[in-house]
Design a protein around this ligand. Structure first.
Ligand SMILES: Nc1ncnc2c1ncn2[C@@H]1O[C@H](COP(=O)(O)OP(=O)(O)OP(=O)(O)O)[C@@H](O)[C@H]1O
Ligand SMILES: [Mg+2]
Length: 400
């Protein structure tokens, strides 16, 4: 990192949600200067950054203008919806992109990362095909994927435009739903075999820059995080997630293979690598080249949270052994309905009266139905106990 004791590093954060906010708080503790950008004012990370910039992040010129203005040491993408071609240019001109411009570019499109994982790296995945109209979707389901199947726009996140087709009659509905939920102009979907998994995990994988690793760990893994999704969006996550050692190692090997490939030797940062577990199969699903929403549980479950780990990897700071704090869980706090008015919160008193519990409210300026507005964190005697406590605390809080 640039001489930390004289000049704190400058970080340009592209995307300013709740994950970015926690990262910025970590960065501020080391005296970094942070510029938080997003497409709307008052976004969570902007509230704690030195500067806030409202830009269209799909506009490459707007991103480059910020880079020229602030001369950041690190450009840190926090969301997928970024003009990633601009990141490739920025990196080529010598500014470090986290974890690498290629990683941001490939993970922006589900098809690019899936083809790389399955075809180039031979990672086990659900059977899949791509389709660009209803007819080709029907053919793909007939020929390759079968029913039930999951249909997702190649450009979308947080479950948007995603649905399960169980019968032939569902396929047209799923296609329409995907068209409505897709971002950008690429009218393509990925259709995947539905995996009836026993459970699913996120494996947080931290890559340290080769040049920064002295007593060589290189790649650090956090214990697997179990989670539950609804409407394609995370509802709760927990640690530890009991899993045979051999299968954890299998997941780690797969995570290493794909993160090495997309980060390159000088790439650094934390990744959320998602797997489905069915019997003794470990099936790769997707990955984020940044902190993961299910990883919010690490704010309570261990000394180095995913945000601290990401930041240390970015700055080239040491990452010693992680100390776990025992069974822990997170549960989301969702808005009840859409409103353009500043949200009102009720129940914080009741939630915080519970022991072993923490609450984060993100301070988002508006609500949408089911928008994530906060998270409850808890520790417990067992994972089940921690999950119960986190859920009970989240349920105390009403946002409208
Ligand atoms: N092929 C599949 N079989 C069974 N379930 C699936 C499949 N694909 C996705 N899911 C379910 O939907 C969830 C969301 O899918 P995925 O992670 O691909 O979408 P996403 O929009 O990228 O979500 P996020 O941005 O929140 O990670 C998964 O965590 C899983 O629970
Ligand atoms: Mg996902």
């Amino acid at each position: 990192m640039p001489a930390m004791n004289t000049h704190p590093a400058t970080i340009l954060l592209l995307g300013s949600g709740e994950l970015g906010k926690e990262l910025v708080i970590c960065a501020q503790r080391y005296g970094c200067r942070v510029i938080a950008a997003d497409h709307y004012a008052g976004a969570p990370a902007m509230q704690v950054a030195d500067h806030a910039e409202v830009i269209d992040m799909l506009d490459g010129r707007a991103i480059k203008t910020l880079v020229r203005r602030y001369q950041p040491d690190y450009v840190v993408p926090e969301v997928e919806a970024i003009r990633t071609e601009a990141l490739l240019d920025i990196e080529a001109k010598g500014t470090t992109v986290i974890p690498s411009a290629l990683a941001a570019h490939l993970t922006m499109n589900r098809d690019a990362i899936r083809s790389l994982a399955a075809e180039e790296l031979n990672l086990p995945t659900a059977r899949y095909a791509y389709a660009d109209d209803l007819e080709s979707l029907k053919r793909a389901i007939d020929d390759t994927v079968g029913l039930p199947c999951v249909i997702k726009p190649v450009m979308s996140s947080s479950g948007k435009g995603q649905s399960v087709a169980r019968t032939k009659a569902d396929i047209a509905k799923s296609w329409k739903h995907a068209l409505k939920g897709m971002r950008g102009d690429k009218g393509v979907v990925i259709v995947e075999e539905f995996i009836d998994f026993d459970y699913e995990i996120t494996l947080l994988t931290v890559k340290q820059r080769a040049s920064a690793v002295k007593r060589g760990r290189g790649t650090v893994y956090v214990e697997p995080i179990g989670h539950r999704q609804e409407r394609g969006d995370y509802q709760e996550s927990w640690m530890p997630c009991p899993m045979p050692k051999a299968m954890i190692r299998k997941a780690q090997r797969m995570a290493k293979k794909i993160t090495d490939r997309i980060a390159g030797p000088e790439g650094a940062g934390l990744f959320g690598v998602e797997f489905f577990i069915r019997g003794d199969e470990v099936i790769f699903s997707e990955l984020s080249p940044r902190p993961h929403d299910t990883g919010m549980v690490t704010m309570i479950s261990q000394d180095l949270s995913q945000f601290e780990l990401h930041l240390r990897a970015i700055l080239g700071l040491p990452i010693p052994r992680i100390t776990e704090r025992g069974p822990s869980a997170s549960a989301v706090i969702l808005a009840e309905r859409a409103s353009k008015k500043a949200p009102r919160y009720r129940g914080l008193q009741d939630a915080l009266a519970k022991p072993d519990t923490e609450i984060r409210l993100f301070g988002k300026p508006e609500t949408r139905k089911h928008r994530r507005m906060g998270v409850a964190l808890a520790t417990g005697r067992t994972t089940a106990d921690a999950r119960r406590k986190a859920k009970a605390a989240a349920d105390c809080i009403c946002v409208r």
